[in-house]
Write a protein that binds this ligand. Structure first.
Ligand code: NDP
Length: 476
């Protein structure tokens, strides 16, 4: 599949290519251009030219184009979901959710176009001011491979509605669905050059985008080390940045919680997308009074998960996205085994036999007796591994939940209002769920505190990240 610049397909000027694999089978399914800084430069030039007219459209007109594109995405959702499963690995049902989620986001932003209004300030004899919201210009979006479709929506929805134009760099392992979505947007009367997609490596295409002097903002989702480098590079030309850098979300289950519901919440919260979700349940804290029966139910439920190629029917969990991601998890589990920093109750190994042989499968894993300081709880565990800890009371649970450099999400499972209020007040995170985990519809602002990032995506709040005020001061 080719990149998209100015509403058209384009190969890289270097005519270099990268193969895209199906992580369930290891088969090459397509190839994408290995773009270069020169490709970024021509995409930015194209986006700059398109900005001149796109910013002059009314928010309503821009919203109508997003709405039209959402309808076209809905019509093609089955093909898009199949492509997403083939390149990313997740089960087809999850891909369908994600593609529909993308359409929901575009519709949401289309629906709030009227919120791009401004203020008037009356200053008596000094005059009157009119404050309007202006787009920033050409924005750069760098997205990861774990939820490539949803995260593309989170970036393009508010950016385009606010009147910016975009150059988007997809992750190298999951560019195909992003490119196909770009094509649908172009075919939905989005003016050429408003959305451009340049494929290629992070080091080459990603860095060129961040360094380009005409790019006024970078929105990035990915790991902390990359995020910090992007922040430093972006600051050299005073670009605005939004960084979503992952999390190590705690889930706390109190002794007054609905246990069956919480077990389901933990399984979905951890094993959805093979554990490769920024707000997945990455640390489970159980009140000691319910821990025993809870762990037994949890283990049985995890062992009932059906693992396989996401294109097959009734699959609960697919492979990991790449051999590199699987190796990271293998290393952390091997280390936990070698140092006795946890007891592996189920799973704990790559799946390499029979139909799993060619793919990047890892068995769903449950670890108890996790010791303080283990990498199982200090790092972002981006795979199907659930570490469980027991706590004597709410105070300890909150203190353990906050014992992290992250701060993306957290959940408290309880039927007590006072417990809910205390958890909400004291846990440091961008979102606290009560009796659920993971759900982030388009209306809800999303982003982290601490090292989980800077800025918010989603909701009307994201419009602030893609616009700035401009004031007309009338001195009568
Ligand atoms: P990265 O942060 O490396 O990749 C995310 C995106 O950034 C990709 O498009 C990547 O391109 C691009 N990129 C990489 N290096 C640069 C750079 N120097 N300048 C600009 N862009 C760059 O994540 P990984 O794929 O390495 O994942 C590693 C870990 O990060 C995971 O195990 C997980 O812990 C965390 N992560 C968290 C995510 C989240 O949602 N919070 C999402 C993904 C990862 P390319 O694909 O070409 O390398």
């Amino acid at each position: 599949m080719l990149m998209r610049i100015g509403g058209k397909e384009s190969a890289s000027l270097d005519e270099a290519w990268t193969e895209v694999e199906n992580p369930a089978t290891g088969e090459v399914i397509d190839r994408i251009p290995a773009g270069s800084p020169d490709d970024v430069a021509r995409a930015v030039d194209t986006a700059e030219a398109a900005f001149r007219t796109w910013k002059k459209k009314t928010p309503r007109d821009r919203g109508m184009i997003l709405f039209h594109a959402a309808q076209n995405v809905r019509q093609q959702h089955k093909d898009l979901a199949r492509l997403l499963t083939m390149e990313q690995g997740k089960p087809l049902t999850e891909s369908i959710d994600e593609v529909r989620g993308f359409a929901n986001i575009l519709e949401f932003y289309a629906g709030i176009s009227a919120q791009l209004s401004g203020d008037t300030i009356r200053l008596g004899a000094a005059g009157d001011c009119m404050v309007v919201r202006e787009p920033l210009g050409v924005c750069g979006a760098i997205i990861p491979w774990n939820m490539p479709v949803l995260i593309m929506g989170w970036k393009i929805g508010p950016a385009l509605l606010a009147g910016n134009t975009l150059v988007l760099k997809p992750a190298s392992t999951t560019s195909l669905t992003n490119l196909q979505l770009g094509k649908i947007l172009d075919e939905s009367s989005l003016p050429p050059g408003v959305l451009n997609i340049v494929t290629g490596s992070g080091n080459s295409v990603g860095e060129a985008l961040v360094k380009h002097p005409s790019v006024r903002k970078i929105s990035f989702t990915g790991n902390i080390a990359t995020g910090l480098r992007i922040r430093d590079l972006a600051h050299q030309s005073l670009k605005a940045v939004t960084l979503e850098l992952g999390g190590s979300d705690p889930m706390i289950v109190m002794n007054d919680a609905d246990i069956d519901k919480a077990v389901e919440g933990a399984v979905r919260g951890r094993f959805y997308n093979a554990g490769q979700t920024c707000t997945a349940v990455k640390r489970l804290y159980l009140h000691e009074k319910i821990a025993g029966p809870f762990v037994l139910k949890l283990k049985a439920r995890i062992e009932s998960l059906r693992i396989g190629n996401g294109l097959e029917p009734a699959i609960d969990m697919g492979p990991m996205n790449s051999p590199m991601q699987r190796e990271r998890i293998e290393k952390i589990i091997d280390e936990a085994r070698d140092t006795n920093s946890g007891t592996i109750l189920t799973g704990g190994c790559p799946m390499k036999e029979g139909s799993y042989k060619q793919g990047y499968f890892y068995s769903p894993t449950l670890v108890t007796d996790v010791t303080t300081g283990s990498r199982l709880v200090t790092e972002e565990l981006f795979g199907p591994v659930l570490p469980v800890m027991t706590v004597p009371d709410l105070e300890t649970a909150i203190s353990e939940a906050n014992n992290t450099r992250f701060g993306l999400g957290a959940s408290i499972w309880t039927s007590n209002l006072a417990t809910t209020k205390r958890a909400f007040d004291e846990i440091r995170a961008g979102i606290i769920w009560v009796n659920r985990h993971l759900t982030v519809p388009p209306e809800v602002p999303f982003g982290g505190t601490n090292e989980s990032g800077i800025g918010r995506e989603n909701g009307h709040h994201a419009l602030d990240q893609y616009s700035e005020t401009k004031t007309l001061f009338l001195g009568w």
